[in-house]
Design a protein around this ligand. Structure first.
Ligand code: SF4
Length: 434
C-alpha cells in the first residue's frame, strides 16, 4: 500500500500524476490539515461515514466537501485548515493545545497555490478554509485574509470561497475578508453560555456573537450601497452560517433550538448546522469515549430547524417547558400536531396556506398545489395523493369536503400506534418531515 492510499486522500485516488505536484512536506501538511477539518460540518456533505469497500468514491475521506452557492449550484470545495496549532484548549476539540497530535501550518501562499492547482485539475470548484487559533486571533485572521487576497487579486479566482471569521479578531480584518469571500461562519459550537464556560472557556458567548453582529451589519450596509451603485462590492453574498455540537454537554434540544431561532432572527444567519458530538478526547467533563455520536438526535434537530426556517414555527411551539427534547420516534411536526389535537382535523378546502403547512404529511410544494387547485375546483380525498400529500400521515388530520378519512379513534396514543408499526425505527429522510 503506498503512502497515498494509506492516507486515504480522495484527491489522489483518482490520479497518481497529481502526486508529483506536491512536495512531501506539503503533502504531509495537507493530509494533517484536511483530516483535522473534517470535524467542521458547515458543509453539506460533511459528517457522512460510508467507506469505500473496493468500488469507486469515498464519502468518509477528508479533503472535499460540497455546498450550495448563492445561485443554488452545488459546488465541491477543498476543505482544509490553515493550521491545527491552537493556543486554546476547548475540551471537546481534537486540535486543543493539550492534545499530543501531529501539528502543521500552511502559509497563505501554500493554501492559495494548492487550491488553484486542484481547481485547474478539476478536482474542486472552490475552497472551505477554517483554522485553529495560532498565536492569536488577529494573526490567524490576517493569514485567512491573505489567502483571500491571493485568490482574488493575484490568481483572479472567481469561484466559491467560504472562510471562518475568528472570534476576537479585529473587526476590520473580518470586514476585509467578507468583501472577498462568498460565505463566512463563526462557529457557535455550544448553545448556551454555561456550555461554553464549561468546555470552551476561552470563547465566551459575547466574543462569538460580536463578529456575527458585525457581519450582519456589513451585509445590510453592502446591500444598501448596491441599491445606490450597482457596482458596489458584495459582502458575503452567500450569507453567514454556524455550527453547534450536539451531545457534548447536557444542553437540551430546546436550548439548542432557542439559540438557533435567536441566531436566525438576530443575525440573519443563512444556516445553522448541527454536529453530533464525536468523542475524540476523554475527560470527566465529556461523555464517554465509547458513546456513539447521537446521529438520530442531530437528524431531528435538522427537521426542527427546517420547521423554523420554512414552516413558520417558533422554537416555543416545537419544544415546550415540559418537552425539553425532541422525540426520537416521530418527527417534530407530527409531535406538534399530536400535542395540539384541538386544531384538527382541518378542512383541506378551507384552511389558509400557513395552516396547511402545519398538517403532517403536507409540505411546501403540496400546500402550494392545494391552494392553486382549490381556485379551480374542490379537492377530494383521491386527489390528495396526486398532489403529493403523504396520506399515511395526513389522513388523521384532515377532512375533505367535510368527510373524515382517518380512523374513528382520534387520540394521540392511537395515531402514534397506527403510525408506528412496531418495526425497528428507520431513519427518515428530510423530506419526510412534512
Ligand atoms: S479554538 Fe477551535 S481549534 Fe482551537 S481548541 Fe477551540 S475549537 Fe479547537
Amino acid at each position: 500500500m503506498n503512502k497515498i492510499t494509506e492516507a486515504n486522500f480522495i484527491i489522489y485516488h483518482e490520479s497518481k500524476e497529481g502526486v508529483t505536484m506536491l512536495s512531501n512536506e506539503t503533502f504531509e501538511k495537507l493530509t494533517i490539515l484536511a483530516d483535522a477539518a473534517k470535524y467542521d460540518v458547515s458543509c453539506a456533505s460533511s459528517g457522512v461515514n460510508r467507506k469505500n469497500q473496493g468500488g469507486i468514491g469515498n464519502s468518509a475521506a477528508m479533503g472535499i466537501c460540497h455546498t450550495w452557492a448563492s445561485d443554488g449550484r452545488c459546488v465541491s470545495l477543498l476543505k482544509v485548515l490553515m493550521t491545527n496549532n491552537c493556543v486554546y484548549d476547548c475540551v471537546y476539540c481534537i486540535n486543543r493545545q493539550s492534545n499530543d497530535i501531529k501539528r502543521a501550518s500552511f502559509t497563505p501562499e501554500e493554501v492559495a497555490k494548492l487550491t488553484i492547482e486542484f481547481y485547474r485539475r478539476n478536482y474542486i470548484e472552490g475552497l472551505f478554509l477554517s483554522s485553529a487559533v495560532e498565536d492569536n486571533p488577529n494573526s490567524t485572521m490576517e493569514k485567512i485574509v491573505k489567502v483571500l487576497q491571493l485568490m482574488r487579486n493575484v490568481y483572479y479566482f472567481s469561484g466559491y470561497i467560504h472562510v471562518k471569521a475568528i472570534p476576537g479578531a479585529d473587526p476590520l480584518l473580518i470586514r476585509e475578508a467578507g468583501y472577498l469571500a462568498d460565505r463566512m461562519s463563526v462557529n457557535m459550537e455550544l448553545a448556551t453560555e454555561e456550555g461554553l464556560k464549561l468546555l470552551a472557556p476561552q470563547k465566551p458567548l459575547k466574543k462569538l456573537l460580536l463578529p456575527m453582529n458585525d457581519i450582519k451589519n456589513e451585509i445590510i450596509h453592502a446591500k444598501e450601497n448596491k441599491g445606490y451603485f450597482s457596482h458596489a462590492p458584495s459582502f458575503v453574498p452567500a450569507g453567514q452560517s454556524t455550527q453547534m455540537i450536539v451531545g457534548a454537554t447536557r444542553e437540551t434540544d430546546r436550548a439548542i433550538l432557542f439559540r438557533s431561532e435567536d441566531l436566525y432572527n438576530s443575525f440573519k444567519l443563512k444556516r445553522v448546522y448541527y454536529s453530533a458530538y464525536m468523542p475524540v478526547n476523554s475527560g470527566e467533563l465529556l461523555p464517554s469515549v465509547q458513546t456513539e455520536p447521537p446521529l438520530l438526535r442531530e437528524h431531528r434537530l435538522y427537521q426542527a430547524d427546517w420547521l423554523l426556517r420554512f414552516y413558520k414555527f417558533s422554537a416555543n411551539e416545537i419544544l415546550t417547558d415540559s418537552d425539553l427534547n425532541l422525540d426520537l420516534d416521530f418527527d417534530p411536526k407530527m409531535i406538534w400536531a399530536l400535542r395540539n389535537m384541538e386544531d384538527f382535523p382541518m378542512e383541506i378546502n378551507k384552511v389558509s396556506y400557513n395552516q396547511l403547512l402545519r398538517i403532517p404529511g403536507i409540505g411546501i410544494t403540496s400546500a402550494r398545489r392545494i391552494i392553486n387547485q382549490r381556485n379551480l375546483k374542490l379537492i377530494d380525498y383521491d386527489s390528495l395523493k396526486k398532489i403529493g400529500v403523504v396520506i399515511k400521515r395526513a389522513r388523521f388530520f384532515v377532512t375533505c369536503n367535510g368527510k373524515y378519512y382517518g380512523d374513528k379513534t382520534f387520540t394521540p396514543e392511537y395515531i402514534k400506534a397506527r403510525l408506528f408499526d412496531g418495526s425497528p425505527y428507520h431513519q427518515m429522510t428530510l423530506s419526510e418531515v412534512v
